[in-house]
Design a protein around this ligand. Structure first.
Ligand code: 5GP
Length: 198
């Protein structure tokens, strides 16, 4: 059977929605998911590794990457720069690998323009109160950043209509099932190409 190209799955979610936890379980459940690691000027959080969670850069290094045309898209979010490296995604898709991109709404819209076939998934918290509670519980952010991030989350909501799928993370197990179902169904969809059999 001729192999299809991989799927590009773009996941956006307000901070504190449980996106990383959902994806971690989904990666264990599906054997063909690969992260595109972004570059950022944000300081690493505890437990984050360079080249694993992000490529951590100074503002100067990041600006140099933009000038060298090394990024597919980039944006500023809550005072830090974030960008998607240019080479990884097309190389992986060509090799039949499914790539997951965790980026915010503006970046997602730009990626859709570059890769019209990509699958856009938005993850929502059950409520804004719950979102604020989860952010506070995480304990990695200052009170000011928490307020800023909840404010951003409210603005991001208006972009949900641009997405193909919305998953509400009220229950982790269900949200993981929802996500893996999307990946599975999209993998079978003829809109991404028709497998050739002998
Ligand atoms: P965090 O600081 O919580 O890791 O990420 C903040 C926001 O930036 C999240 O919404 C995350 O998805 C987004 N983000 C991470 N990497 C990229 C990227 O390469 N491009 C864009 N546009 N957003 C990104």
């Amino acid at each position: 059977m001729m192999m299809n190209k991989g799927l590009l799955i773009v996941v956006s979610a307000p901070a504190g929605c449980g996106k990383d936890t959902i994806l971690e379980s989904a990666f264990k459940a599906c054997n063909n998911l690969h992260y595109s690691v972004s570059a950022t000027t944000r300081a690493p959080r505890e437990g984050e590794g360079n080249g694993v969670h992000y490529f951590f850069k100074t503002r100067e290094e990041f600006t140099q990457m933009i000038e060298n045309n090394e990024l597919l898209e980039h944006t500023e979010y809550a005072g830090n720069l974030y960008g998607t490296p240019r080479e990884y995604i097309p190389k992986m898709l060509e090799a039949g690998k499914n790539v997951v991109l965790k980026i915010e709404v503006e970046g997602a819209a730009n990626i859709r323009k570059l890769f019209p076939d990509c699958v856009l998934v938005f993850i929502l918290p059950p409520s804004f109160d719950e979102l604020e509670r989860r952010l506070r519980k995480r304990g990695t952010e200052t009170e000011e950043t928490i307020k800023k991030r909840v404010g951003i989350a409210k603005i991001e909501m208006s972009f949900v209509k641009n997405y193909d799928y919305v998953i509400i993370n009220a229950n982790l197990e269900d949200a993981v099932k929802d996500f893996t179902s999307v990946v599975r169904a999209e993998g079978l969809s003829t809109k991404h190409g028709i497998p050739v059999i002998n």
